[in-house]
Design a protein around this ligand. Structure first.
Ligand code: UDP
Ligand code: MG
Length: 323
């Protein structure tokens, strides 16, 4: 049994890999001899898998979960959590944006009893201004809409105790908004602070369209307010229409008919058609997600795993590292 599992989703990270393993393992060696690095190859189209195989054959602590295609970071991370066997589990990005040097601090807090240790960014200075503004906007919206509060400036880089990961594995949903799922599980977190570095090599897999859809996933998975808001809006509009009707009838009865009204009619029709379409669109967002949930397909398909069988002989019975 391993005591510490590092889980790394990887998509086209061939350029970052060598530097990553070097720096990560230098840190891990100072923490515990019994650790595993669960690398999830999320359908990379470059030589990530080949590099991983080389690394894994040289070091049995490096393990590979090879997914059958690209499933996206959130699902790759779930696959990694499912395969990790440690008593403490730390997801980390392969691009060294989450500095491994923070890990000993997390472990210290975990050994002192914390079930969840979050790595909190000191600031967002390594992001561009647009990313910063949109990220702040998204966090603000989440804090208004969703019930389990998602801590600000905290990514997936965190330490979780085995009990927490087992809890996460019980959440069956197919929209894996991990930040939200982590928050939903609860457990009072402890924090360590760190500076997020620039990407070590390769390029980011995110663009604004993906981030927008990611935010939609987050909101629809954790709030039904966008659905319910329409009844209130409809109610308000009906009240207003009622008053307007009374006023128009009264006006016509007192002052007689005056014909003009094309422009106002037109704008009212267009405006409320727009509103109705938005309402239908919102329902569609939820319906689409219900559809995916109802199909209940497996979250991911594993094409192959490397290194997991060897584990039992490699590290017989946990050496109770935690003590
Ligand atoms: N990643 C993944 N599948 C994807 C996209 C990204 O496994 O479809 C991994 C990627 O290899 C990296 C981590 O998720 O280890 C974070 O991705 P990235 O650095 O591109 O995101 P950013 O740090 O820019 O938010
Ligand atoms: Mg990154």
């Amino acid at each position: 049994m391993t005591t510490l599992s590092i889980v790394v989703p990887m998509y086209n990270e061939e350029a970052a890999l060598d530097g990553f393993f070097g720096r990560l393992q230098r840190v891990l060696q100072t923490v515990t001899p019994s650790y595993e690095i669960v690398c999830v190859n999320d359908g990379s189209q470059d030589f990530t898998l080949a590099r991983l195989r080389t690394a894994a054959s040289a070091d049995p602590r490096i393990k590979i979960v090879n997914l059958s295609r690209n499933f996206g970071k959130e699902i790759a991370l779930s696959a990694g959590l499912d395969h990790a066997s440690g008593d403490a589990i730390i997801p980390i990005d392969a691009d060294l944006q989450d500095p491994p040097e923070v890990i000993p601090m997390m472990i210290a807090k975990w050994r002192a009893g914390a079930k969840v240790v979050l790595a909190k960014r000191k600031d967002r200075s390594s992001d561009g201004w647009l990313k910063r503004v949109t990220a702040n906007g998204a966090y603000w919206l989440f804090s208004k809409l969703t019930d389990p509060k998602i801590p600000q400036n905290v990514g997936d880089f965190r330490l979780m105790d085995r009990v927490v990961v087992d809890a996460i594995k019980q959440l069956p949903e197919r929209s894996r908004f991990m930040k939200g799922l982590f928050a939903w599980i609860g457990y009072e977190p402890e924090y360590v602070e760190y500076d997020r570095e620039a990407r070590s090599a390769g390029e980011t897999k995110w663009n604004y369209w993906k981030l927008w859809n990611f935010a939609l996933d987050g909101i629809t998975s954790f709030s039904s307010l966008p659905l319910r808001i329409w009844s209130y809006l409809g109610f308000g509009v009906s009240l207003f229409a009622m008053a307007y009707l009374v006023w128009t009838v009264a006006k016509t009865m007192i002052f007689g008919l005056d014909v003009p009204g094309y422009a106002s009619l037109m704008s009212v029709i267009l405006f409320f058609n727009g509103i109705s379409l938005i309402g239908i669109g919102v329902i569609g967002e939820y319906l689409g997600r219900i559809f995916t949930e109802v199909k209940a397909r497996p979250l991911y398909i594993v094409a192959e795993t490397v290194g997991f069988e060897a584990e039992a002989q490699e590290y017989p019975s946990s050496d109770a590292q935690r003590a």
